[in-house]
Design a protein around this ligand. Sequence first.
Ligand SMILES: Cc1cc2nc3c(=O)[nH]c(=O)nc-3n(C[C@H](O)[C@H](O)[C@H](O)COP(=O)(O)O)c2cc1C
Length: 344
Amino acid sequence: MNSFGRFFRFSLWGESHGPEIGVVIDGVPAGLPLAAKDFRRDLARRRTGAPGTSTRREPDVPRLVSGIFRGKTSGAPLAVLFENRDARSGDYAGLERRPRPGHADFTAGKKFSGCNDPRGGGHFSGRLTLALVAAGVVAKRVIAPAAVSARLSEIGGVRLTPGRGRRAALARLAAVAAAGDSLGAIIACRGRGLPVGLGEPFFDALESLVAHLVLAVPGVRGIEFGAGFSAAAMTGSEHNDPIVDGAGRTASNHAGGVCGGISNGNELLFRVAAKPTASIGREQDTIDLRSGRRVRIRVRGRHDACFALRLPVVIEAAGAVVIADLMLLDQQRRRVPSGIRREK
Ligand SMILES: Cc1cc2nc3c(=O)[nH]c(=O)nc-3n(C[C@H](O)[C@H](O)[C@H](O)COP(=O)(O)O)c2cc1C
């Protein structure tokens, strides 16, 4: 459904072309200083504007309408709203009848018998990740000094290393986009400063929960932890991470910081694969659901040629909210921090 987590429990709501979208978070510890300006940096990292991203321009100004009192979280549900200001719904006319390949038009239309809002992908739009990023901003406060950071490590198969590869990758993306096509990417994410012990047996293993949330992000196709799929080609002696001290530090990190579903005190490492954007400028085959005939369509509207360029901060948010939930579950974070004194 649209809610996730138990102790840091959040619900996303809204549609790409509806009046507003937002997030409601239950369980935010009381007394955390929080204001709209604290959301700016992460929201900007998800915004459009860079080459290869959509020309839809949304101001993404957060309105904190519940859960804040005197500049601090109050312990009540925290609600953050955003207006949709730059929707052009006319571009999406006809998608109910002639669904885009690779998007949710067909599946959502079937599941909800055409009652769903198809404009801009409706509730299935990447726009909803704005609200997830907002939840991530709050979660990052909860888990500090632990921290999560993500970056692009590949665009369209071109590897990016610090300071290298980006120009070649963006040149390839520009050429692909000019030809009316799109690219995917890989995002590498790491969590630092996690204590040993986060994660519950059996179904709420740390990597199970991270994978659950990351795979819920629209357009994500895969996730691997540590050595991931390459572990299958390694021997045990190659893959095992030698333990070097009583805090559980290991000499290598093929496990990605998780053993038995529980954080082992090393960095949490995972990589996420995002597919190429479904809505491309080229003609494509689909079905006309009214006539039953196969037809060619050209998708209109404003789209990211590579939506994954905007994804790292979304993946960070997913990691942070899972860690926040598990820390609160473990009572590693107090519902009211000890420094908070009751104001008269
Ligand atoms: C930040 C973000 C922006 C996105 N922008 C687009 C877009 O402009 N056009 C598009 O077709 N898909 C876009 N997507 C991907 C679709 O939302 C996604 O492919 C679609 O909902 C179907 O879900 P699925 O790919 O997980 O099956 C975006 C995803 C994210 C996370």
